[in-house]
Design a protein. Structure first.
Lengths: 108, 108, 108
């Protein structure tokens, strides 16, 4: 058995969780308020068979690929002496995933 | 040293925690809102000596064995054209426990 | 890669987190309401290279060494038939830290 810990941002988290459930993985959500990617994160833990680890990671990847997103930010315009808004690309999404060994696993 | 992670439902959690404390185990409760058993869960982590792992698991087992519980659910009665209540057995309790190795342990 | 889990009290936690960030460690804070040291705790997890584990632990130590603190507690005075306050030394701070192996680490 392996334990997969996935730290994903709040925005993607719910979809990651549902995608994992749909593939048959039991997921536990730890409430997190992490500073990890400078946004709200959630930490998901998944206990699974060794040969399903890749499938779980692929499922996580499918829902939270790092991507560009256009946000509207204020920009100072010297010529106009004031502020205007302009579209800016920022990175969103992504995840940190690590896999650890479980020596003993019991369902009581 | 070993790390025991126990995912138990909210109902049993407080009693599991107290039973573990009474046996001398230091327990940390991680706030969880897991979807694991489709009810509210809490995740407990316990760092302990190798030869106390079985005692900790037995203590957890003693407080959250999977069991039948009778709940009152509404049932549609065709003959009466309306709803009545009837007792139904549901599964409650249970826990998921896994044990992992700790390579280094320090109390600062 | 190693996973460091640090259980520190709420008072020291924010400073530990900032000190770790300043040293370049990515830290995820798990919300905890632990009974571990009989006060509110927070659990921090840090994934790091093997050769940076000692530096991370030293950073944690620097911010939450166990120490004496004087608190004012009420004391019953038999001679006066009532309560007075008196300064009492209590232990505060401290942390529990454990290090575990990470078999696979991915940043998506
Ligand atoms: Ni989205
Ligand atoms: Ni009960
Ligand atoms: Ni302080």
């Amino acid at each position: 058995m392996k334990l997969i810990t996935a730290i994903v941002n709040d925005h993607d988290g719910q979809m990651v969780l549902e995608a994992l459930n749909k593939e048959g993985f039991a997921v536990t959500k730890l409430a997190t308020t992490g500073s990890f990617l400078k946004v709200g994160n959630m930490t998901l833990i998944i206990g699974t068979e060794d040969d399903l680890v890749q499938k779980a990671i692929d499922t996580i990847k499918s829902q939270c690929r790092r991507r560009k997103q256009v946000v509207i930010t204020p920009a100072y315009l010297e010529t106009a002496g004031g502020y205007a808004t302009r579209p800016t690309e920022v990175d969103v999404g992504g995840a940190t995933v690590f896999v650890q060994d479980i020596e003993r696993f019991e369902r009581i």
